[in-house]
Structure formats: structure tokens, C-alpha cells
Design a protein around this ligand. Structure first.
Ligand code: TMP
Ligand code: ASP
Length: 238
């Protein structure tokens, strides 16, 4: 690890840059301040988002590790950078919901904040051209995005992540409304990857129900930076 070198850029996404390293199995991730919404239609900058998301993500991945949920996180190396294991990405986003919000509230006309009797798992096809459409297990099969076994494993890991994060965040006075996960294959196993941050989760203050996540940017609610900083302080800063 000490001699790990950052090599050429492999990929630049909406929120992160990914670099090769001199270790075949490891990637170098740099978190950016860029923010997009609605499949890139809305663009902006959230000052220091890259720092907060790197710190929050690293912290939550470590929490999952301690709870025997393996993931790609290896080590945080600076305010904006972390080292992760290289995964063969499965092009499916897995969403877990505890309360109605966002696209589910719209699609099914369920008031935001309505709680469910059990978590709801959804899948989206990672495709910029198609704007990440909602898909089901049959669609995943015909498109050959993942095998039935892989879908089962992603669902099972996602529900475990939900239990661990929900309980942990409760202690920090945060309601875990919903979140999105991404997975890939690592040495023949399905492994959790990407990030877990206010960009990819809905976090509400337990008392006031104030939104402490990217919805403040998506919906022009103001106080965006402050919300990311608040999550950081509650999770990592104490
Ligand atoms: P949704 O209600 O807009 O479908 O979002 C569900 C969850 O997924 C929410 O926590 C935000 C997260 N999410 C992403 O991480 N990336 C995305 O592109 C979208 C649309 C949602
Ligand atoms: N990933 C989405 C986009 O870039 C943003 C979001 O709503 O989270 O448009």
C-alpha cells in the first residue's frame, strides 16, 4: 500500500474520477464537488461535497465491514481520495426504500414519508441513454445484466446493508429513507461497490424531518453544503 502509485485515469463519472494503480486489483478514487440531477440535466457544484462524501462513504463502508458485509473499500488516503478493490461492475442499481419518497412517491402516488410494512427493493438499469429505467428480474435476465443468482445475492446484501445502516443512523438521529447501491464481481463473488453518501441516500433528521441529502440540490431547497456537513459531523465528527 505504501508504494501504491496513481496511474492513468480510467473513467470520470458525474461525482468521481477513477484511476488505475500499479496494483492490478486496486483502483484510486477521487471524489469531486460536481453535482448533477435528472440524468445530468441539472448541473452544479456543492462546495466540499467531494470531501464530505469521501469521509462519509469511507466511514459507512468500514461500519459495514465490521458487520461482516464485505465491500470494495480498502483505505482512505486523503480528504478526497480512497483506494478500492477493482470490481467488474454489474450494470444494475439496487434501491432499498423504508419510507416513500422521490420517484416511488410520484409513480405510485404515495405521500412522501409514508412508511412501509417491509423494505421495498427496486432495480434500475444503469444506462445514461435510457436515464436509468426501473426494471425487474425478468428484464435483468433478458438483457443479461446479471444472473438470477447474482440478483438474489445483491438483494440479500442490500437488505443486510439496510438493517445495519438503519440501526446505526437511528442512533445519530437520522432516518434512512432510501438509498441506492451498486455491485460488481470480485474474484467470483458479488461485492458491494460505489459509494454510500448523501448523494446516494435520503437522510432525514429524526425530529424535524429536515432533508440532509442531495434532495436539497435536486429541489433547490438551499442549505446544500450545510446538510452534507451536518451528516459528516453526526457520523464521523463525533
Ligand atoms: P429516486 O426516488 O429518485 O428513485 O431515488 C431513490 C434513491 O436512490 C435515493 O436515495 C437517491 C438515490 N439515487 C441515486 O443514488 N442516483 C440516482 O441517479 C437516482 C435517481 C437516485
Ligand atoms: N445520478 C443522477 C444524475 O446524474 C443524479 C441524482 O438524481 O442523484 O442525474
Amino acid at each position: 500500500m505504501e508504494n501504491l502509485k496513481k496511474l492513468e485515469k480510467l473513467y470520470e463519472g458525474k461525482a468521481k474520477k477513477i484511476y488505475k494503480t500499479n496494483d492490478e486489483d486496486l483502483l484510486w478514487v477521487e471524489y469531486k464537488d460536481d453535482a448533477t440531477a435528472f440524468n445530468g440535466l441539472k448541473k452544479g457544484t456543492i462546495v466540499n461535497k467531494g470531501v464530505f462524501n469521501n469521509l462519509i462513504s469511507a466511514h459507512l463502508f468500514e461500519l459495514l465491514n465490521k458487520n461482516s458485509i464485505e465491500n470494495h473499500f480498502v483505505k482512505r488516503i486523503s480528504d478526497r481520495e480512497q483506494i478500492v478493490k477493482k470490481l467488474d461492475i454489474i450494470p444494475v442499481e439496487v434501491i432499498v426504500r423504508n419510507l416513500a419518497a422521490g420517484s416511488l412517491s410520484k409513480r405510485l402516488n404515495i405521500e412522501e414519508g409514508t412508511s412501509f410494512k417491509h423494505p421495498v427493493v427496486e432495480y434500475c438499469y444503469k444506462s445514461d441513454e435510457l436515464s436509468d429505467p426501473l426494471i425487474n428480474e425478468d428484464h435483468i435476465s433478458i438483457l443479461e445484466l446479471a444472473t438470477g443468482e447474482q440478483v438474489k445475492e445483491m438483494r440479500s446484501i442490500a437488505l443486510k446493508v439496510n438493517e445495519v445502516l438503519k440501526k446505526y443512523l437511528e442512533k445519530k438521529n437520522i432516518i434512512l429513507v432510501d438509498f441506492k447501491l451498486e455491485f460488481g464481481m470480485h474474484k467470483g463473488k458479488v461485492m458491494l461497490g460505489d459509494e454510500i453518501s448523501p448523494d446516494t441516500c435520503r437522510f432525514w433528521d429524526a425530529e424535524t424531518k429536515k432533508k440532509l441529502d442531495k434532495d436539497r440540490f435536486r429541489r433547490d431547497l438551499g442549505g446544500v453544503e450545510a446538510a452534507y456537513e451536518e451528516v459528516y459531523k453526526r457520523l464521523v465528527g463525533s
